[in-house]
Design a protein around this ligand. Structure first.
Ligand SMILES: [Fe+2]
Ligand SMILES: [Fe+2]
Ligand SMILES: [Fe+2]
Ligand SMILES: [Fe+2]
Length: 418
């Protein structure tokens, strides 16, 4: 069913504010929540955080007091939306359990986006990032079992597999190799813009989250793993933000941010099995329709442009959280050995030995790498590393569990060094 937020009526902006008890929502029950409900909440929190921070940045770059006021008005309701969504996470869900949810988002959100990205280069950008977050899930899952005696399958369900991706140790690249080719909004499919805004916001929130909570564990190894992966999330934000059109005006960006929020609440409202959360998404969608209307009105007035010319005629396709196991295995099998060279992706073996990748690797990986240590320690403590391989052994011979490996296979590291 097609849905056009431009022709819907939302909730008037001055009627959007809620009181403290309405915002202080009853958290979900962590034993019974659907894994993808947890994921949708994590995505929407990241989207709202981006909407707030984007609005602050725009306000700091705007002289017109009327625009500043409209931004402030809308931003306050975005801030309320962020609280209502993020406060769904219960206090008894540990930081590490929440972390597993964040990385499941990074896997299954990016997998849907990659499979629904019309541009071949951008699809490659998503598949590249996907394999890195897929590996983070595996590293944190091992930490979770060691520190809390809990198996990550209790959090992700059987919807997402857990096994090595592109090993985190190899993800550390020279910052200049994180910058991709930007799209141009005029030529790009609007879906490409929505895809990019969505994944960028989710990655940015993951970066924010690890920057903030990564120093909460007492164990040195846990603190080390968080800081190492937090640095990769910083890379991922650089990677994804660089595909957006840098020449788009602040108002164009604002219109797309609001449209994106409409798309996502509209999508998630349809899939959400928890009736209370579904109602929250529906309420927020009705708020976003008004945010979009206000942004469009400013664009018409200030830039004399019709936003309908930039936006899709309607939302045809909802973003869906679904099982992507077969697809992820396919990407793993064909792309695990890729690295970035400038804006392109090449097999790591193609880099010359004097490439800046190796100098950066030598600096950060000197003196021990937490993402490797966590697996070594898990092997010692648990007998073998924790994995959730529901569809058979790992599709990459070098990453098959040592105990299941034949003589002929080689280690990923040896393959890379060779
Ligand atoms: Fe919002
Ligand atoms: Fe990640
Ligand atoms: Fe990431
Ligand atoms: Fe909004």
């Amino acid at each position: 069913m097609a849905f056009n937020p431009l022709s819907e009526r939302g909730i008037p902006i001055e009627k959007q504010f809620r009181n403290w008890s309405e915002l202080n929502v009853q958290p979900y029950d962590k034993e019974n929540v659907h894994p993808f409900s947890r994921c949708r909440g994590i995505v929407m929190n990241g989207i709202e955080v981006e909407s707030i921070m984007f609005s602050h940045q725009m306000a700091r770059n705007t002289a017109d007091p009327k625009v500043k006021q409209t931004l402030a008005l809308v931003r306050r309701t975005e801030a309320q939306q962020q609280k209502a969504i993020n406060w769904l996470i219960p206090g008894d869900e540990s930081t590490l359990e929440v972390t597993i949810g964040y990385e499941q988002v990074a896997v299954d959100l990016t997998a849907w986006i990659a499979q629904n990205e019309p541009d071949a280069y951008l699809k490659q950008v998503y598949e590249f990032g996907l394999l890195e977050d897929f590996d983070h899930l595996y590293r944190y899952a091992n930490l979770l079992e060691m520190l809390e005696g809990k198996k990550a399958e209790e959090i992700v369900g059987d919807l997402t597999e857990i096994m090595p991706g592109r090993p985190t140790i190899f993800e550390h690249r020279d910052p200049r190799d994180e910058i991709r080719r930007p799209m141009t909004s005029l030529a790009a499919d609007p879906q490409s813009i929505l895809n990019a805004l969505t994944v960028m916001s989710a990655e940015q929130q993951t970066m924010n989250f690890y920057m903030t909570i990564g120093n909460r564990p007492q164990e040195k190894l846990a603190r080390g793993l968080y800081l190492e992966i937090a640095e990769i999330e910083e890379q991922h934000v650089s990677h994804y933000e660089s595909i957006l059109d840098p020449t788009a005006t602040w108002l164009t960006n604002l219109v797309f941010h609001e449209y994106n929020e409409c798309w996502l609440y509209y999508s998630f409202m349809q899939q959400e099995p928890d009736r209370r959360v579904k109602a929250l998404y529906e309420l927020h969608l009705n708020m976003e329709i008004e945010h979009l209307r206000l942004a469009c009105e400013m664009m018409r007035k200030i830039e004399g442009r019709d936003p309908a010319e930039l936006l899709p005629a309607s939302i045809e396709q909802p973003l869906i959280f679904q099982d992507n196991k077969a697809y992820v295995r396919e990407v793993l099998a064909s792309q695990v050995d890729l690295t970035a060279k400038g804006t392109e992706f090449v097999p790591i073996g193609d880099l010359r030995s004097d490439h800046r990748y190796f100098s950066y690797q030598a600096i950060v990986n000197e003196g021990g790498v937490p993402s490797e240590e966590v697996i070594e320690k898990a092997r010692g403590q648990l007998g073998e590393d924790y994995r959730l391989e529901t569809e058979g052994p790992h599709p990459v011979p070098g990453l098959v569990r040592e105990t299941e490996r034949g003589e002929a296979s080689t280690d990923y590291a040896t393959k890379v060094a060779a």
